[in-house]
Design a protein around this ligand. Structure first.
Ligand SMILES: [Fe+2]
Length: 385
């Protein structure tokens, strides 16, 4: 099977090993002459960035690099990015990296031309129509992890430092015009990031698959995405240079984000406040909550999970699938409790209450197949301890 193809769903994806070499041509066809290259500070020091910038240099592309991005981007990162975008007179963004760099790159391209504050464009009702859509700059997304799927998404997540909440900023034109999905760029990912980002892709597929509502297209994409993760994440984790496994994980990540237009659920509702309050790795936090949320939803999703298990060749129905998740967590060294994830964690009743209250108002809570009440969120939190 060839790993190279061209997709136009939901946007154009140039998929395959080595395709980052096409970046100058992609910029030209998007009409971007002076891109701002947005990445994160860790990645900026690695050869993967130097090699990509060398491609731009060789093609004579005028660009500047911006890398002041925290793992969970905050408003000051956005302000600095916009400042760089305007002062460099840039006309588009190359969003290069994992979820934080991709999201911040998309947010800079979106917000640089707007006059209202960013929080006015939170993903609530039709708030996105407040934006001046003609002022949104184009984005080329180049993921270097396989998890977030932000490269095929129409939103960016930004943490509000005042309220310590993660907000989803949405606009249809935030969807990158072209994605270069080159699995070779993910080869250098440390094991922990391979595991965490991969578990995020799995959580996206699984929660989308379990979310209520009629969306067979998303269901089908999620189903195959889950199979790809279960079969390839252990391979990519064991041998980071396994390009075929890396390619399948990159597909699964894009599939998860494509499928979750159907909805997410309580894994993410709990993971978001934990990430906002403790700056934990998003995918690892999801992995921690995954089995408990499966149990909580079991009365409603059991039949669906049986079908999923059968498709993935797992025997034992729901219980078989749950065991598979537990085995995967062990194989990938996922922290087994919240205290393992957050060393030195002390959580009093007020803090638990706060997390539960944040979880039930998280935008993802509405997609959970069983209503996530405050009591339920507290019980799930307790299980994770
Ligand atoms: Fe996620």
């Amino acid at each position: 099977m060839t790993l190279t193809s061209k997709w136009n769903f939901p946007t154009t994806v140039l998929f395959g090993p080595g395709r980052v070499g096409e970046l100058p041509a992609v910029l030209a066809s998007a009409g971007i002459a002076r891109p701002l290259f947005v990445t994160d500070p860790g990645l900026a020091k690695l050869p993967v960035v130097a090699d990509t910038l060398a491609i731009l240099d060789k093609a004579g592309v005028e660009y500047a690099v911006f890398s002041d991005v925290r793992p969970n981007p905050v408003e000051s990162n956005l302000a600095a990015g916009i400042q760089a975008f305007k002062s460099g007179n840039h006309d588009g963004v190359i969003a290069f990296g994992g979820g934080s760099a991709l999201d911040l790159g998309k947010l800079v391209a979106f917000q640089a031309g707007q006059s209202r504050p960013i929080w006015d464009f939170e993903d609530v009702g039709d708030w996105w129509t407040r934006a001046d859509s003609a002022a949104i700059a184009p984005v080329i997304a180049v993921p270097t992890t396989a998890g977030t799927g932000s490269e095929v998404g129409r939103a960016g997540v930004l943490t509000n430092e005042v309220t310590h909440t993660k907000k989803v900023i949405f606009h249809p034109k935030m969807l990158p015009v072209t994605v270069i999905a080159d699995p070779e760029l993910t080869v250098g990912m440390p094991k922990m990031i391979t595991a965490g980002t991969g578990m995020d892709a799995l959580a996206h597929c699984l929660e989308a698959y379990c979310a209520p509502g009629y969306h067979p297209m998303a269901d089908g994409i999620a189903l195959e995405g889950i199979r790809l993760v279960l079969e390839n994440l252990p391979r990519a984790y064991a041998d980071g240079t396994d390009i075929e496994a890396r390619a399948h994980m990159m597909s699964a990540a894009a599939m998860g984000a494509t499928a979750f237009q159907k909805g997410l659920g309580a894994i993410h509702s709990l993971s978001h406040p934990i990430g906002a309050l403790y700056d934990t790795h998003h995918g690892m936090t999801n992995a921690l909550f995954m089995p408990y949320v499966l149990d909580f939803n079991r009365p409603v999703i059991e039949e669906r999970i049986e079908r999923l298990a059968a498709y993935c060749g797992i025997s034992g129905g729901f219980d078989g699938f749950r065991s598979k998740i537990m085995d995967l967590r062990t194989e990938l060294s996922v922290p087994s409790t919240l205290r393992d994830l957050i060393p030195g964690l002390r959580m009093d009743d007020a803090r638990r209450d706060l997390i539960a209250e944040m979880a039930i108002v998280d935008p993802t809570a509405g997609g959970n197949p069983v209503e996530l009440t405050k009591e339920a969120a507290l019980a799930l939190l307790e299980k994770s301890m």
